[in-house]
Design a protein. Structure first.
Length: 345
């Protein structure tokens, strides 16, 4: 039994393998043939049952007719007729007729085992060999296409890398040119501003007007910051008067406030002022660093000038005089402290 079960399991595996290789059209054809055989069996069964019913109905009608004839003869001898008996016999004859069956009335019994088994598609060994040969040729064709596609892909990758490298080099060159042009523009703008400043300094009237305009602008900014609105009709002196009056009101309010709150507010404002000064210095340092980087880039892009002739002999190192550096931040902090103290006074 174990040996037969193993052989049966192997046969089932082989059958599953062959079923996977079988074309789907074969199963569709076998299913259609199975349905046709089932329909034919149902038609034969329907004809047989209808014939049996017709035979039974004819026998029943013959019995009813014989009974009716006997009843008629019996009543004829008595010399009277009964219409009710005749109608009753006619109804019985009508009821004894065989019913007409349809396919729905026939039950679909299971077909025999030999009819339910689907025949195998593979009947000869060369069929399987033909399929393997076709699959092998298809695989070889696909492998060849895959190799050709890979070669084309490698070529495209190489072209893409080359194009990308060329574009990056061109982009770097254009960026360098843009930076150089920006540096040149900035240098020219600085020269223009320097010339304008020099021209303004030569004319004292223009410098004075510019100073007054700058002062008026700063006073207007302070006025807008205090009163949250700007009146263009007010002059500089009127705005300064309003600012001074507002400052006196605030000083009187501060004098009435607790000393601890005032000191805490002063420390907070001082901390914010120092933070603003540090941020301004950091921004200025970043700007200067950016300018130095741009200058170094421009110098690196300038053509190398080769020295011609005999080099100058080294003599002696000149004396270097150290300049006293004043800490800018400390100086600014001291000035701000003095201005803040004068404001409180």
């Amino acid at each position: 039994m174990s040996k037969f079960e193993e052989q049966l399991e192997d046969c089932r595996k082989y059958k599953d393998f062959l079923d996977k290789l079988t074309p789907p059209e074969w199963f569709e054809e076998q299913e259609a043939a199975k349905q046709r055989r089932k329909a034919e069996r149902k038609m034969r069964k329907l004809a047989q049952r209808q014939a049996v019913l017709d035979e039974k109905a004819s026998l029943a009608q013959a019995a009813i007719q014989a009974e009716a004839d006997a009843e008629k003869a019996r009543k004829g001898r008595r010399g009277r007729k009964d219409k009710n008996s005749e109608e009753m016999f006619e109804k019985e004859k009508q009821n004894a007729k065989a019913p007409i069956l349809t396919l729905e009335d026939i039950s679909d019994d299971d077909a025999p085992d030999d009819e339910e088994d689907v025949p195998m598609y593979f009947q000869e060994p060369h069929q399987l060999l033909d399929i393997f040969t076709a699959l092998e040729e298809s695989n070889l064709f696909l492998i060849q296409n895959s190799q050709e596609t890979e070669e084309a892909l490698e070529e495209l990758k190489a072209k893409f890398a080359e194009t990308r490298q060329r574009m990056e080099a061109e982009s770097a060159g254009l960026k360098a040119q843009i930076d150089t042009l920006k540096g040149s523009i900035k240098v020219e703008e600085d020269k223009g501003r320097a010339l304008l400043d020099r021209a303004g300094k030569n004319t004292g009237v223009h410098a004075q007007e510019r100073t007054l305009d700058e002062l008026n602008r700063k006073v207007a900014e302070v006025y807008r910051a205090i009163f949250s609105e700007a009146d263009n009709s007010l002059g500089t002196l009127q705005m300064l008067t309003n600012i001074e009056a507002r400052l006196e009101e605030l000083l009187s309010i501060i004098d009435a406030m607790p000393r601890e709150e005032v000191e805490g507010a002063e420390k907070q404002k001082e901390k914010e002022r120092r933070q603003r000064v540090r941020e301004a210095k950091q921004a200025l340092a970043a700007k200067l660093q950016e300018e130095r980087i741009q200058r170094s880039i421009r110098r690196s892009q300038e053509p190398v000038r080769r020295r011609v002739g005999k080099p100058i002999m080294f003599r002696s190192q000149p004396i270097q005089r150290k300049k006293k550096e004043v800490h800018e931040e400390k100086k600014m902090d001291e000035e701000d402290d003095v201005n803040f103290y004068l404001t409180l006074q």
